[in-house]
Design a binder for this molecule. Sequence first.
Ligand SMILES: Nc1ncnc2c1ncn2[C@@H]1O[C@H](COP(=O)(O)OP(=O)(O)O)[C@@H](O)[C@H]1O
Ligand SMILES: Cc1cn([C@H]2C[C@H](O)[C@@H](COP(=O)(O)OP(=O)(O)O)O2)c(=O)[nH]c1=O
Length: 211
Amino acid sequence: MSTGRFITLEGGEGVGKSTQAAMLADALRARGIDVLLTREPGGTPGAEAIRKLLLDSELEIGARTEALLFAAARADHVEKAIAPALDRGTWVVCDRFIDSSRAYQGGGDDLFDDAIMALHNIGSWGLMPDMTFLLTADNEAVAQRLAARDGDNSDRIGGRSAEYHAAVADRFRTLAVSDPERFACISADGTPGEVHDRIMRAMAPLTGEGG
Ligand SMILES: Nc1ncnc2c1ncn2[C@@H]1O[C@H](COP(=O)(O)OP(=O)(O)O)[C@@H](O)[C@H]1O
Ligand SMILES: Cc1cn([C@H]2C[C@H](O)[C@@H](COP(=O)(O)OP(=O)(O)O)O2)c(=O)[nH]c1=O
């Protein structure tokens, strides 16, 4: 049996990843492809429980504990959902994956990319996506989307400083530049349909359709 393809969407909060992940999954299903649409942190009961701890709790969580908890959530998700789906030939569309840990947790004083990847190797066999879409958009447009979606409510990580989020955006860009074969950088400006069309054009190598 052929192995399914593993596609991830990455980028900052509110850029449109969830919207695009759902549109991509629908477009693939319309082509007769079996698709698992999932997200991180989460995607399995164990990982969703860890998500609540990470994002919605009042707990004081240090940088290393935070990195380990994201890696633990991912390990459960990969073992119980992503790897079995790929093995049975299902394509997996995942809203955030390892690159989010590299961008958000991988910039601390003692937690660099090697450490994050070591946790990924231990927890998730080092599984990497076949293709990753990095969505970027004008800051003002994203602020409006977030205000419309969340109002004043942000989670424990989304609510961090503008400097933290600027550093995260820089690290995403660096990751994309360092691996141009896997990453496609997509402008998330414009309507959801326009962004979707850009993603489908970049998907051509995987779907076998003309670009
Ligand atoms: N291209 C777009 N233009 C305008 N609004 C959008 C666009 N894409 C998504 N949205 C809206 O912006 C908000 C954030 O989108 P979402 O897909 O949840 O982003 P993310 O998953 O990256 O946080 C949602 O309310 C969504 O409906
Ligand atoms: C998967 C992952 C997410 N995160 C953060 C990014 C987001 O702030 C939060 C996930 O929240 P979520 O609501 O899913 O993201 P979004 O607002 O983009 O729709 O967790 C990490 O810090 N590391 C990770 O490995």
